[in-house]
Ligand binder design. Structure first.
Ligand SMILES: C[S@@+](CC[C@H](N)C(=O)[O-])C[C@H]1O[C@@H](n2cnc3c(N)ncnc32)[C@H](O)[C@@H]1O
Length: 222
């Protein structure tokens, strides 16, 4: 447990330096927006009027800025994002918090949204369980992750086991692992939006990362 926490801290140091020194929020958003646009439109169709939305591991990009409603953006690095990118952060409550312990009331959100973040966390299962806790009965959870082909994920896990990497992603998911984690936390999968390949140094389709975005609901009885 202590070692996985140390591994997470190293990943977060990498993440913090990236956003402080190289991250260009406007350029990243311009490049990535077409990737998320259709998914954000689909989520909007599924939301009630004036929804309450939690964006977990929002980064400084805060993609839920494009959804209607009241938003809370949570991220363990939020203080450094506010220092560096304050003016570019959207309207909403920005809170420094890890997804494993969200400072939100149970059953309080219409949508809990987390893209490209749970593989950065110390405990992805703990984060999904928190998403389930804070979403209202019948509410929506939307989670994406960069999914590796099975062989690539296995190689990455081996590197992790032998401490051979400081990659900012301490966890390596396949698409199936993401689906079983979400179902294992008691959510009912509504649909999976395939956002397509995510850039990586290969043109070989079978070796590319993809980004599935899973839309799932908490049971109406909680
Ligand atoms: C690659 S960034 C993605 C940011 C944003 N969601 C996006 O897609 O542009 C990953 C984010 O996950 C956050 N993160 C890392 N550990 C976390 C945790 N335990 N709980 C919530 N977020 C975490 C990082 O601080 C970072 O902001």
């Amino acid at each position: 447990m202590a070692s996985s926490h140390n591994r997470w801290r190293r990943a977060q140091e990498h993440e913090r330096r990236y956003w402080q020194e190289r991250g260009d929020v406007a350029a990243i958003m311009a490049r990535r927006k077409p990737h998320y646009e259709a998914a954000l439109a689909r989520i909007t169709e599924l939301l009630p009027e004036r929804p309450v939305i939690a964006d977990v591991g929002s980064g400084p990009t805060c993609w839920t800025r494009f959804l209607p409603g009241a938003r809370v953006f949570t991220d363990p690095l939020m203080h450094s994002y506010v220092d560096r990118w304050g003016k570019q952060l959207p309207e909403g409550l920005a809170v420094a918090a890890a997804g494993e312990a969200l400072p939100l009331r149970g059953d309080s959100c219409d949508l809990v949204f987390s893209v490209n973040a749970i593989d950065h966390c110390a405990d992805p299962g703990g984060v999904v369980r928190e998403c389930v806790r804070v979403v209202k009965p019948g509410g929506l959870v939307a989670i994406s992750v960069y999914a590796h082909p099975r062989v690539r994920a296995a190689v990455r896990r081996l590197l992790e086991a032998f401490g051979g990497t400081d990659d900012p992603h301490p966890h390596s998911f396949t698409r199936d692992m993401l689906l079983s984690l979400i179902e294992g936390c008691g959510l009912q999968i509504v649909e999976v939006l395939e956002l397509g390949a995510v850039s990586f140094r290969t043109r070989l389709a079978f070796f590319q990362r993809t980004e599935p975005l899973v839309l799932a609901r908490k049971g109406a009885s909680g």
